[in-house]
Design a protein around this ligand. Structure first.
Ligand code: FES
Length: 97
């Protein structure tokens, strides 16, 4: 997983990493309820701390998934619980929907 970037993990889940920290969210943009990426595993990020939706450039903080710029400012991605064990990211639970 790229440092400062993201990958697709479980179905419709994306994982973001910066150094030893990681966060997971459902891969659904709150603007139009579609995936945040155009291509598999290709997430746009900025400065190792912001995730940018590939469709209309809504910009979300890695840490809390809050949209800080773009068409859905103030909305949030839906967090998916994870654990980090021995440097591996484990997804605790993925609920459909
Ligand atoms: S669908 Fe993500 S910003 Fe519009």
């Amino acid at each position: 997983m790229p440092d400062g970037g993201g990958i697709e993990a479980a179905p419709a889940v994306l994982v973001l990493r910066r150094g030893g920290e990681a966060w997971a969210y459902r891969n659904v943009c709150p603007h139009f309820s579609i995936r945040l990426n155009y291509e598999p595993d290709a997430f746009w990020t900025y400065d190792s701390g912001l995730l940018i939706c590939a469709h209309h450039s809504a910009t979300f903080r890695f840490e809390d998934g809050v949209c800080v710029d773009g068409p859905c400012m103030g909305a949030s991605l839906v967090r998916v619980p994870i654990r980090i064990e021995a440097g591996r990211v484990l997804i605790d639970e993925v609920n459909p929907g």
